[in-house]
Write a protein that binds this ligand. Sequence first.
Ligand code: G6P
Length: 761
Amino acid sequence: MKSLGFRLIVALIVGITVVSTLSSWYGVQREKDELRLDLEHKAETFSEGLTGNAEPLLLNGDRDSMTRLVEQFGNRGQLLGLAIVDPNGAPVAVTRSIASYLRPAGAQLQAALHANKTISAYTRIRFRRVYLVVAPLHRADKSVAGAMMLVYDTGFIRAATLRVWGLALIHFGFQVLIIAGITVLIVRWSLMRPIARAARWMHALRLGGDETAPPMRDLDFLAPLANEVAPLIASVHEARAAAAAEARLRNAKEQIWTAQRLADNVKTKLAGSHLYVVSNREPYIHSRGPQGITVSVPASGLVTAIEPILCACNGTWVAHGSGSADRLTVDAHDRLPVPPQEPRYTLRRVWLTGEEEQGYYYGFANEGLWPLCHIAHTRPTFRAADWEQYMRVNEKFADALVEEIGDDAHPVVLIQDYHFALLPRLLKERLPHARVAIFWHIPWPNPESFDICPWQRELVEGLLGADLIGFHVQAHCNNFLDTVDRALEARVDWERFSVKRNDHWSAVRPIPISVDIPLDDHAVEDNRSEDYRRLLKQEWNFEASWLAVGVDRMDYTKGILERFLAVESLLDNHAQYVGEFTLIQIGAPTRSTIPRYAELQMELEREAERINVRFRRGNWRPILLVQEQQEHSQLLRFYRAAHVCLVTSLHDGMNLVAKEFVAARRDERGVLLLSRFTGAARELRDAILVNPYDTYSTGEAIAQALGMESAEMTDRMRRMRHWIKEHNIYWWASSLLSALCDLRIEPGVEAKPSQIEKLVP
Ligand code: G6P
């Protein structure tokens, strides 16, 4: 930094020197020109007057008068002296002080006499700078009778120019001092201090402290560097936290899964195999917006679960490219490295036409299979045209996968959800050596319900192409095996929970998905919940002493309407909560081009309004419906503020909101009210379980939650958190992968029972 300051100062001094020298030289020239002009003007006027006096004296040969004249006018001001000469240049009268100048000035004298005109010149005589004026003296006939020479001392001009140079030098000195001083200050304040602060910050972060970041204005010129350093530090922190957690766990002899442990396990399990994940939703969506192209991560537990596995083995994720700028961000093979900040695996995008998306996604998957599998009293719609598109898109994904897998000898493929029931079979037919699992994230209904699907055989047949079929809970596995039994010719092995169809075995396993829960989140004994509530009330401008929260996609399976009715029942039957209790319902818009979803949205708005109008008092209302998607970090505020979280799904494969709420309550407070028709209800036994169809009982359960003793609340929350810590998202991912990798998949050889059974709750 010192040498930077020094170099800056030297460069500035050189610049100032050049500029000052040029401007001083110009000033000196101007001063010199002015003084000379003035002198020349004076000399001209004076010589004109004097020649008029001298001419008659010369013509009369009056030497005495001429001598008096030259003595009288010589030596005035800058005039050093005068001389009068005859036509040959011989002196007639000369001021004594310049007597010796006549010979050196001979040339000028002769020139004036011969040319008969006034000659002037700046010259140097006897080491003196002088200005000579030689004017011819005339007879009456204008012939040359002689000449008069005036000699001026020009030393004063030089003295004046030296003075100007001197002043310029003094200015220059001051400028250099001031500029060098300012440079030193700028370097110190604007460069060295911010850099020192940033360095202190990085140092503290490196050592694991939580020093706050320097203000952004400090870092703006370091922004490119800061942008690189921030993710680097985040990675260091993550790695350190993971290592610390591992160490803690080793000490505690606990078997808790972390991202790091999962990554290590994945490497061992895959033993060099390449991993391919397929899902409809992609993990990173690029969109065009007013600020250019932005990237977002969809609110889905899947990204948290799958990403560490892919990162650990540099795998490939194949998904529908649905973002408006997705095509602009891929290479010629429709691939891009992700995560965008620190690429660790490949995202391969598959493009769908509008017609394909409509038929496959909106139509067959979400108007057919979704209501078919969720028993929520919305009638499934099966259209042959949608089925056509569903088949086409499954084939399209199979093509993309086969292309990605290429000649990979040991590919391991994890397919996600009901969008791809046909994909396992399509893939296995083309790549029998691939190890394939499909995880069905939604419920599987009983065989009678599934039977109404016109293509149930094809769907089951497609699924049985997989080596492993995963569900969240045992009941869904049972329903699936029952359905297989009814729909197809296949051997169902109820002991091993496997199905044999055409010499191929598929294992069926319950592996309940979960969430990420920070391990160092020990009980936080503070009033943060109170603080979060205060901030939310300010932000949304409402009054309430008791707060409940609901977080859902606006889906008819989530029982949001029933929840509203339960709130109404609570207020009808427990008057003390009127004016005191508010439910904040976050409703993320979803699949809104499907008529049933649009209807539901209107129904929910109407019902919330009806209940609000019925009970509203001043600034209080019982239901606050917030229809927007919230980032996970934003949702944490709602979870942490709530006295109670309401999860009232009519039917749900798992429901991660229930687990997210528990994971967010590091203060070990808050009550979870959970529908018994969710997969989560099988694990979170310390929630208050409700039947959402029974709105009176659900209202009573809310009252029970609000009145729960503090000790009981903490006991229940602590037990649920303990469960989720042991069965977190990394546990799920590792269980799924282990179950798949532990199977023997040679055609005709029975699958080994997976060790996963031990892990399943
Ligand atoms: C359910 C499904 C997921 C799906 C999610 C969001 O949880 O099991 O596969 O991604 O809903 O729905 P969307 O249609 O927006 O992907």
